[in-house]
Design a protein around this ligand. Structure first.
Ligand code: ATP
Length: 486
């Protein structure tokens, strides 16, 4: 079983402290969310798992943490200033604003005319919403403006400028972490003395002024990405690409996401970004409540073969057909010299890019289960893997008015803490405490009772089976470590 819809996770998140609406006491801010005590732990567990599996467990990836605000030229040469736009339309009747491509997709009309960098009406796209008789989801009218490009980059100014629109001070909040990797290619290559193939991984915030954010943390204007740029010889790119697709399939399942809720989507020629040779999206069943099965899925991550586009456009050397440098501002040539073949070339790049927030949502949805207890009450269990669980063990005193029991429970919590995230909780009756820990995904509860004081043993309760076992205090740490590893 998994969550019946995103709403179920929204309310669990708020109730238990995973995710809250941002600046709620001031009425919130559309699609901004804050991660609470449990959400920050779960997000950290996802990021740690990513970092461990790509940077530590492989031998061909280096880590990086580049700046959010880069020289504006980065976004000029990457193409973002010109083409990082969504086609925006307004309903003239009720003034609601939408993304044309998403509306067409939602109502099953073709989006093929909207290429990467987007072809707009003025370029021959026509008013497709009108042609397809798509009604405004808000008011039901068919009275659309022509679609127009809306650049998604957040603008800011750097330094003490005289005017907010001073072009010399204009900068952007990065809309992806990738460009900071490309501009550091030579730095990392030279300092780590790498040879192809190798990659650079980065985790960090990205910002997009989305036209229609929504669906909880699925689409927000501020989010976090985990990206790898993997540099290969051009003829090795197709095989490396497939290996990364398979690798991420396995990694996502290692987080507890079931195979049945994941599927691949091969982007069509029309959908591919102009620099991409092949892009495969891994989709998750974010919308299981939708009747039409095809509409239950949406993108969790993308894995692209970006060819040699990125290193070329940021390099000082390449020239256009007229012999003019395509990048007169760069001070570096980002080509690679292969000492084995004495060849110089621009490496191809395979880019797996996955959102922390969408992964967190998928992990929570997939772990969600409801069960009826023997009193006929519905209980929620979040069946997170031990690695994902924000708390690994909760230590609970059976009688909080008995100082020896409380003291023993607090001591046990302290003993366990260096090896696993442990909490002490005495804020309710044992039934309530168990229910709370089940709902937040804690794999084990350890209960200290009157007998513990004499037999130096405790009861360990399993979240998934609700079975209880008596374990001696000396064995407890080893026992839990073994079960958490299993
Ligand atoms: P979409 O088509 O959903 O807008 P995209 O194809 O533009 O996504 P990419 O640019 O490939 O997304 O970004 C890589 C990953 O970053 C996405 O697969 C997703 O997990 C995450 N991501 C992108 N945009 C957002 C957003 N606005 N909110 C949350 N996560 C996002």
């Amino acid at each position: 079983m998994s969550a019946p819809n995103i709403e179920t996770i929204v309310s669990l998140s708020k109730r238990r402290g995973f995710v809250y609406p941002a600046s709620e006491i001031y009425g919130g801010l559309g699609s901004s969310w804050d991660y609470g005590p449990l959400g920050v732990e779960l997000a950290n567990n996802i990021k740690n798992s990513f970092w461990r599996s790509v940077v530590y467990e492989r031998d061909d990836i280096e880590g990086l943490d580049s700046a959010i605000i880069q020289n504006r030229l980065t976004w000029k040469y990457s193409g973002h200033e010109e083409t990082f736009s969504d086609p925006m339309v307004d309903c003239r009747a009720c003034k609601s604003r939408y993304r044309e491509d998403k509306l067409l997709e939602e109502f099953g009309a073709s989006t093929d005319h909207i290429g990467e960098g987007h072809t707009f009406a003025s370029e021959g796209g026509g008013n497709s919403l009108k042609e397809a008789r798509i009604k405004c989801p808000n008011c039901g009218e068919v009275d659309w403006t022509e679609p127009r490009p809306f650049n998604l980059m957040f603008r800011t100014t750097v330094g003490a400028v005289s005017a907010d629109d001073d072009p010399a001070a204009l900068a952007y909040l990065r809309p992806e972490t990738a460009q900071g990797i490309f501009t550091n290619f030579a730095n990392v290559l030279n300092t780590s003395r790498r040879k192809l193939p190798f990659g650079i991984a980065q985790i960090g915030k990205a910002f997009r002024n989305e036209v229609t954010p929504g669906n909880f943390i699925f689409r927000t204007r501020e989010f976090e990405q985990m990206e790898i740029e993997y540099f290969v010889k051009p003829d090795e790119a197709p095989r490396a690409h497939q290996e990364w697709i398979d690798g991420f399939d396995t990694w996502l399942q290692s987080l507890g996401i079931s195979k049945a809720n994941l599927k691949h989507y091969e982007q069509t020629k029309e959908e591919l970004a102009h620099y991409s040779e092949r892009t495969v999206d891994i989709l998750y069943r974010f919308f299981p409540e939708r009747e039409d099965e095809a509409k239950q899925w949406d993108e969790l991550m993308g894995i692209a073969n970006r060819t040699d586009f990125d290193l070329r456009v940021h390099s000082k050397k390449p020239e256009d057909a007229d012999g003019k440098r395509i990048n007169p501002d760069s001070t570096e040539d980002l080509s690679y010299f292969d000492t084995a073949t004495n060849e110089r070339f621009y490496p191809y790049i395979i880019e797996p890019s996955v959102g922390v927030n969408r992964t967190l949502l998928a992990v929570m949805m997939d772990a969600y289960e409801e069960r009826i207890n023997d009193k006929g009450e519905t209980r929620v269990i979040l069946k997170l893997t031990p690695e994902m669980a924000p708390i690994k063990v909760a230590v609970l005193p059976l009688a909080k008015n008995k100082p020896e029991i409380v003291e023993m429970a607090k001591r046990l919590k302290k003993d366990l803490q260096p090896t696993m995230r442990a909490v002490y909780d005495d804020t309710g009756g044992i039934g309530k405490l168990y229910a709370r820990q089940d709902e937040i995904g804690t794999p084990f509860c350890v209960t200290i009772d009157h007998e513990s004081l004499t037999d130096n043993a405790v009861t360990v309760r399993d979240r998934d089976t609700w079975e209880q076992e008596r374990i001696s205090v000396e064995e407890l740490k080893n026992y839990l470590q073994m079960r958490l590893r299993a």
